[in-house]
Design a protein around this ligand. Structure first.
Ligand code: ADP
Length: 294
């Protein structure tokens, strides 16, 4: 299985004529509520790719986000109801120019409990993966626990915290970054130099670097696999990276070779960018298979 210690957010999206000003009360012209968070997005992508995925996280008491995730194929026994915290949420203003202004409250996402995490991992072993992003607490502790159980650990440092990521490197099997995160981590925008630097810091680590419309690259030791992005009409790249990560890890944990996992992930992410939204844009395995067949 894949265990994903990750965020669960509600995104409250308000259309406004302009961003609210100090002291002003502003009526919105429309409202939409979306389930999101990098953690939830990646769990859904892995589930849609056919993986057995256990989401570890926490929400406010009575919140129905877990039921929604379950309906999308995610195992939700690892989601704890927190008595004193709100579910993570974002208040997103979108103005007439399409610009946004966001308040993000991490709430229950940053109030994970180590005993709870340990209980969820009690049966996990060397066949299993622990996946994490940087939207929860307990990342180092959970990585250490997972390694002590022989699990494989994947980390997507989004949002990037350089110090935390450097501290984690020797506990990771797979580090997944986009171009901006690779640059923030290494200080260079030259891909080869960034890879060389990361490999110098952690020689045994596998690196997966997504490159937007330029595709993706996987490196481990002297082995390098590259995949081009499929040519599609992109309408909304939200959750492209999350789709890629969920699909890649689902395929790797199912025993697929890196080249095939990259191909599947690249196709899934290409489909996702042709659709609006985050979770609703993530394709199921059947759609990916059809896409690759045409
Ligand atoms: P993030 O969403 O984290 O910024 P990227 O921008 O690197 O991540 O995108 C992740 C993956 O999504 C890419 O590796 C690629 O496979 C796919 N992708 C992103 N943008 C496009 C695009 N315009 N056309 C086709 N595929 C895309």
């Amino acid at each position: 299985s894949i265990y994903n210690l990750g965020s669960i957010n509600w995104d409250h999206c308000y259309r406004v004529s302009h961003f609210v000003r100090p002291g002003e009360t502003l009526m919105s012209s429309s409202y939409q509520l979306h389930l999101g968070g990098k953690g939830a997005n990646q769990s859904v992508a892995a589930a849609k790719a056919g993986a057995s995925i256990v989401h570890i996280g926490s929400v406010a008491q009575g919140d129905n986000a877990p039921q929604k995730l379950q309906s999308l194929g995610v195992t939700i026994t690892g989601i704890r109801e927190h008595a004193d915290e709100a579910t993570g949420h974002a208040l997103i203003q979108i103005d007439d120019q399409g610009e946004n202004a966001i308040i993000l409250h991490a709430g229950a996402n940053r109030a994970q409990n180590m005993q709870w995490v340990a209980e969820q991992l009690c049966e996990a072993g060397s066949q299993d993966w622990l996946l994490m992003q940087n939207e929860t607490n307990l990342i180092v502790e959970s990585a250490e626990l997972a390694k002590s159980k022989g699990m494989q650990v994947a980390f997507n440092p989004a949002p990037m915290d350089r110090e935390l990521t450097l501290r984690l490197l020797d506990k990771l099997d797979l580090l997944i970054v986009n171009q901006i995160e690779a640059q923030d981590l290494t200080g260079t925008d030259d891909l080869d130099a960034a890879i060389a630097q990361m490999q110098h810091m952690a020689p045994n680590l596998a690196l997966l670097i997504t490159l937007g419309s330029a595709g993706a690259c996987h490196c481990q030791g002297s082995q390098r696999h590259q995949v081009k992005a499929f040519k599609v009409d992109a309408v909304d790249t939200t959750a492209a990276g999350d789709t890629f990560i969920g699909y890649f890890l689902a395929n790797i944990s199912a025993g697929q070779p890196v080249s095939e996992a990259l191909r599947q992930a690249s196709a899934a992410a290409a489909i996702a960018v042709t659709r609006a939204g985050a979770i609703p844009s993530i394709p199921v395995q059947r759609e990916v298979a059809d896409f690759l067949a045409t």
